[in-house]
Each structure stands twice: as structure tokens, then as C-alpha cells.
Write a protein that binds this ligand. Structure first.
Ligand code: PLP
Length: 359
């Protein structure tokens, strides 16, 4: 039976990438060693990290002032590292569109004042508050958004801009490299790798050199952005496996035609699934139509019992990990870059059968 994995993260990786990693794991090129046995500063690994950086630059069309660095601790470490480096007793604006935004804001309060510019918490994060309603702080240290809300299933269709002079920061963990956007408008972008880019534990961070210069002298070396920029992410031994996998995944993205080509497939996948949800009188999407995520499709059957039955039966049919996040319940299909359209079609076919059997 063909199995499709709809997990939210760690999530599916391209099969071709896993097969290549499997080969190179025990025998890397002509080194006589496996890739994980080789020095991070040696002649074999150095080109890997350089390729990872170059791939990110190419795929996201970064400008010269934007640095690509790799930091351990996933996206959650960035929740703390951002205010530790950039807030310094000031005020930052956070747009609260879900659990992850909320967690990011919580860490920032340790280093300064957080202004929650807007929040959809009262309606269980079922939409993204309209930009016209945000209450921003003049001269804020930065403005922070979460581009795709993995748990709630919402996504900015148009990415916002910040007021002039205010650095724009985005957590793009669950939609990075899934669509074309102008990365040059952002001063800091970060993403835990385990949704679209590779294994967990690694964060990709894209930061403007000029922004990293703000950090106070009191921030520890390992937690300063400038350390990663100055040392090429190798102040200490970097997470070599994560970086290696990210290089392979981004090679694969480039071979597929880059972000625009990925976006086209992602749009088609999401459109087919939402069209089915809209046509169904049994399954329904639970988020505002205008803000629907193309990465995490959250939906429900008529009852909690049927949700559970659906998830269990889907699993028996090779459609794995469709349970919604424990905080929202229901069902969720995560359809990141690595999910082929055939997986989405298999899911829709199964949903149709389940609907007919249970209506
Ligand atoms: C998964 C996720 C995180 C947390 O990532 P970790 O690597 O587990 O810290 C943060 N933000 C968003 C939007 C996510 O999807």
C-alpha cells in the first residue's frame, strides 16, 4: 500500500532526498567515510554548508545585505534569540495569529515590552486580523509576524510590510520556500527546518547584517547573530546532519524548478482539497476563507467521534497523521513541498468514500 504522511512536523521529505542521504550516510563521495564522520571544516563538508547557503540565496533571491545562517534549537530558540539580540528594553509589535506567535511574544517579554498589535485569539485564531486594524507602536524595535499558522491553518495571502524604519521579522517555519515573495522586504526571516527544509533541531535564519549590529555586548557569544555571521555558522561544531539534509532538500527544490514551480503545485494541491471541502456537506474547513493556509489544511467532520473514526480509518488506508493539533482537535492535512499532488488526491478520494459511508 502506498503511504502518504500528512504530519505537521517533522514532516515528509522527498523520497529522492532520503535515498541519496541513505547512500551517502555510510560512504560520502571518495572520502572512505560516511558524511557524519567528516570534519565540519574539512574538504568534504565545507562545500556542503556553502552549497546550503548558496541554494537558499538562489531560491529566495536574497540581496547582498542578507546573511544566511544556521542555528541550533529550532524555531523556538529564535523566539528568545530575536528579543535577546534586538529588543534591549524597547517595545516590539507582535501580531498574534496563533499558538506560535503567542509563544514568540512570551519570550520577548523577558527582554522588553511587547505590544500585541492585533490578535485573533478570541475566535480561536480562525482568521488573520486585517492589517487596517493593527495598532502599531511608532518607532518599534521591530514588528513580528507568523506567515503561516501551522496549528490554526491560516496564512497571510499578502505578506504585510512594516512602517518605514521598523525592521520586519517573520517566523516562516511552515511555509518557507512554498511560495514566491519579496524576501528583500524582510529584515529577519527564520524557520525551523522540519516542515519544508529538512530534519528538526535546525533553524534557517536570514538576517540583515546591519540589524545584527544592534546586539548589546552582554549577549552570550553563542546567542549572538553576529557570531554566526562572522564565523559562517561555524563558531562551534554546527549541526552537520541538518545542514547536509537542507542542502539536499534545496538541491531538490532547484532541480524541480525553484520556488515558483513549487508554488504552482502547492496552489493546485490546496485548491483541490479546499474545493472538495467546500463542496462537501460532511467535511468542513474551519478557518476564514480569505486566510486559508496552503500548507496546513484544518477541517472537521460533523462530530468529534467521526473525526476520530476518520483519522483511524484513513491510517488503515495509508493516509497517516491526519489528527489535528491537540489544542484545536479535528483533522489537519499538512501538505508541504514534499507532498505530491497524488497524495492529496488519494486523501480526497478517501474522504469521499468516508462521507458516503457515514452521511
Ligand atoms: C513548528 C513551528 C515552530 C516550532 O518549531 P521548533 O523547531 O519545534 O522550535 C515555530 N513556529 C511555527 C510557525 C511552526 O510551525
Amino acid at each position: 500500500m502506498k503511504v502518504y504522511n500528512f504530519a505537521a512536523g517533522p514532516a515528509m521529505l522527498p523520497v529522492e532526498v532520503m535515498q541519496k542521504a541513505q547512500q551517502e550516510f555510510s560512504a560520502y563521495q571518495d572520502s572512505g567515510s560516511g558524511i557524519m564522520e567528516l570534519s565540519h571544516r574539512g574538504k568534504y563538508f565545507k562545500p556542503v554548508i556553502e552549497r546550503a547557503v548558496a541554494n537558499v540565496r538562489q531560491l529566495m533571491k536574497l540581496d547582498d545585505d542578507q546573511e544566511v545562517i544556521f542555528v541550533q534549537g529550532g524555531a523556538s530558540m529564535q523566539f528568545a534569540m530575536i528579543p535577546m539580540n534586538l529588543l534591549n528594553g524597547g517595545t516590539a509589535d507582535y501580531v498574534d495569529t496563533g499558538v506560535w506567535s503567542n509563544k514568540a511574544a512570551k519570550e520577548a517579554r523577558l527582554f522588553g515590552t511587547v505590544n500585541v498589535a492585533a490578535s485573533s485569539r478570541e475566535t480561536k485564531y480562525d482568521h488573520i486580523p486585517a492589517r487596517s486594524e493593527w495598532k502599531l507602536t511608532p518607532g518599534a524595535a521591530y514588528m513580528h509576524i507568523t506567515s503561516n499558522n501551522t496549528i490554526a491553518g491560516t496564512q497571510y495571502q499578502q505578506l504585510p510590510t512594516a512602517p518605514a524604519g521598523v525592521p520586519l521579522i517573520a517566523d516562516m517555519s511552515s511555509d518557507i520556500m512554498s511560495r514566491v515573495f519579496d524576501a528583500g522586504k524582510f529584515d529577519l526571516i527564520y524557520a525551523g527546518a522540519q516542515k519544508n527544509l529538512g530534519p528538526s533541531g535546525l533553524a534557517l535564519v536570514i538576517i540583515r547584517k546591519s540589524l545584527a549590529e544592534r546586539t548589546s555586548d552582554r549577549v552570550p557569544t553563542m546567542l549572538r547573530y553576529s557570531t554566526y555571521i562572522d564565523e559562517g555558522s561555524m563558531f562551534n561544531t554546527p549541526p552537520t546532519f541538518g545542514i547536509y539534509m537542507l542542502a539536499l532538500v534545496t538541491d531538490y527544490f532547484i532541480a524541480r524548478g525553484g520556488v515558483a514551480a513549487l508554488e504552482e503545485v502547492n496552489n493546485a494541491k490546496a485548491a483541490e482539497l479546499y474545493d472538495f471541502l467546500d463542496s462537501s456537506s460532511f467535511f468542513k474547513s474551519t478557518v476564514a476563507k480569505a486566510d486559508r493556509s496552503r500548507m496546513n489544511v484544518v477541517f472537521r467532520t460533523p462530530t468529534d467521534e467521526l473525526d476520530a473514526e476518520f483519522i483511524a480509518e484513513a491510517k488503515n488506508n495509508g493516509l497517516m497523521e491526519l489528527k489535528g493539533h491537540r489544542l484545536v482537535g479535528g483533522c489537519r492535512a499538512s501538505i508541504y513541498n514534499a507532498m505530491p499532488i497524488e497524495g492529496v488526491r488519494a486523501l480526497i478520494e478517501f474522504m469521499k468514500k468516508f462521507e458516503t459511508a457515514h452521511k
